[in-house]
Write a protein that binds this ligand. Structure first.
Ligand code: AMP
Length: 410
């Protein structure tokens, strides 16, 4: 199917042609007509499926169909609001709107924490579209910087992640300040019960769209699970990356300290590596990302929250130093690779204390993930690794309970 059957404005078709997008991805083929027809949408789509264009293209088309709304004082009023969980995703969604809307005269602004508020306010006052994280958006609402009286479109991007990060109350507070019913689109990597409950009062007779079975990892990603002793993981990763000559590798570490320590070890082993986590200032994060995407930095060691929403072209390799505490994060993590139909490799270093987490991931994916050994780094079978407290059966139950009651800490 070509893009032109979707009835998008010629300016948009021209831009897509320039970008070399030949045909809509499955999520775009379904979501674009639904949004153009005015439906609310509930979409299950992982990052890498083209979901950003699936909502930004039809919204830009619709916004182009009417004049900007301006106050007598010459200030523009926001007509579309996109809520996202992290500032990195805010930047990516913003960049997509700017890119796709470059020939349309539409103005976009961002609102996220950790950046200069005065610059954001100036941009917001001239914006048709605002992309925001819930916390900073509330700050702007409290300061009366934002006026939602002309709001027509509301998007929740990576809604599951927003709930995981504990943004439910902030979202409720934001929704209270939205006066009229907007056309609302909710995108989520996983469609869990929590998402359905959340969507219930938010969406009116939504079109439900799912491009892949929920909770399945993208098919083109090769998943390898290497059983290895915990104390050999760092040296195995260095060896693996060097021996296979991998570049642009994203490594996930459960903790910031773990990320810093591994980055240090890898640099000592001659692999240009940077850590990427929430303790770094926004400016440092941006520099690190630029170095990584330009190839000056070969490996990024990131925590889950920091890595969420990263969209780096040609990312072929993801390595999990440990399995994440939350099984869904495994899907998000490996979804960093194998994007837009490209092949990807996701390696997980598995040690005994990950056993329960692997079970949780296998249950979620409804697949068995076979373990293998990496020559030279075979686990010492005479060694018994005591499962850590965090991974005991009672801790696993506690986590399940917290999830069920939605009381996860941010
Ligand atoms: P997303 O899932 O929104 O993060 O998009 C993943 C990547 O796919 C981005 O780098 C987009 O630029 C790219 N992309 C989105 N739609 C298309 C398309 N129809 N054809 C080719 N690439 C696309």
């Amino acid at each position: 199917m070509a893009f032109d059957v979707l009835n998008l404005a010629p300016q948009l078709l021209g831009t897509l042609n320039e970008l070399g997008y030949r045909e809509p991805t499955p999520i775009q083929a379904q979501a674009i007509p639904a949004v153009l027809e005015g439906h609310d949408v509930l979409a299950g789509a992982q990052t890498g499926t083209g979901k950003t264009a699936a909502f930004s293209l039809p919204l830009i088309h619709k916004l182009m169909g009417s004049e900007p709304v301006e106050t007598e004082g010459g200030r523009r009023l926001v007509r579309a609001l996109v809520l996202v969980p992290t500032r990195e995703l805010a930047k990516q969604v913003h960049d997509s709107f700017v890119l796709y809307g470059k020939d349309t005269g539409l103005q976009c602004a961002m609102a996220y924490g950790g950046a200069c508020i005065a610059t954001q306010v100036k941009a917001i006052k001239q914006a048709d579209v605002v992309i925001a994280t819930p916390g900073r958006l509330l700050d702007h609402l409290r300061k009366k910087v934002l006026n939602f009286s002309a709001l027509q479109y509301l998007v929740f991007d990576e809604a599951d992640r927003m709930l995981d990060m504990g943004f439910k109350d902030e979202i409720r507070d934001v929704l209270r300040q939205i006066p009229n019913k907007c056309q609302t689109l909710l995108f989520s990597a996983t469609l869990s019960d929590a998402i359905y409950r959340f969507a219930k009062n938010l969406l009116a007779s939504p079109k439900r769209i799912e491009v892949a079975k929920p909770n399945t990892a993208a098919a083109k990603i090769e998943q390898r699970i290497y059983a290895v002793d915990s104390d050999s993981k760092a040296s195995m990763v260095c060896h693996l990356i060097n021996a296979s000559d991998w570049h642009q590798v994203l490594i996930f570490s459960r903790t910031k300290q773990g990320a810093d320590k591994l980055a240090e070890t890898m640099n000592k082993a001659g692999i240009a590596t940077k850590a990427f986590h929430g303790d770094l200032s926004q400016k440092v994060r941006e520099t690190v990302l630029k170095e990584f995407s330009e190839g000056d930095v070969r490996v990024l060691v990131a925590t889950d929250v920091a890595a969420r929403g990263l969209d780096i072209e040609d990312l072929n390799y993801v390595i999990n130093m440990e399995l994440p505490h939350i099984a869904e994060d495994y899907v998000h993590r490996i979804g960093r690779t194998g994007r837009a139909g490209k092949d990807g490799t996701a390696v997980t270093l598995f040690s005994n204390d990950d056993a329960l987490r692997l079970e949780e991931v296998e249950t979620l994916l409804d697949t068995r993930l076979a373990q293998q050994w990496y020559p030279g780094f075979e686990p010492d079978l005479t060694k018994f690794e005591e499962p850590s407290r965090k991974n005991s059966r009672s801790a696993a139950k506690q986590r399940a309970k917290k999830r069920a009651f939605g009381k996860k800490k941010r």
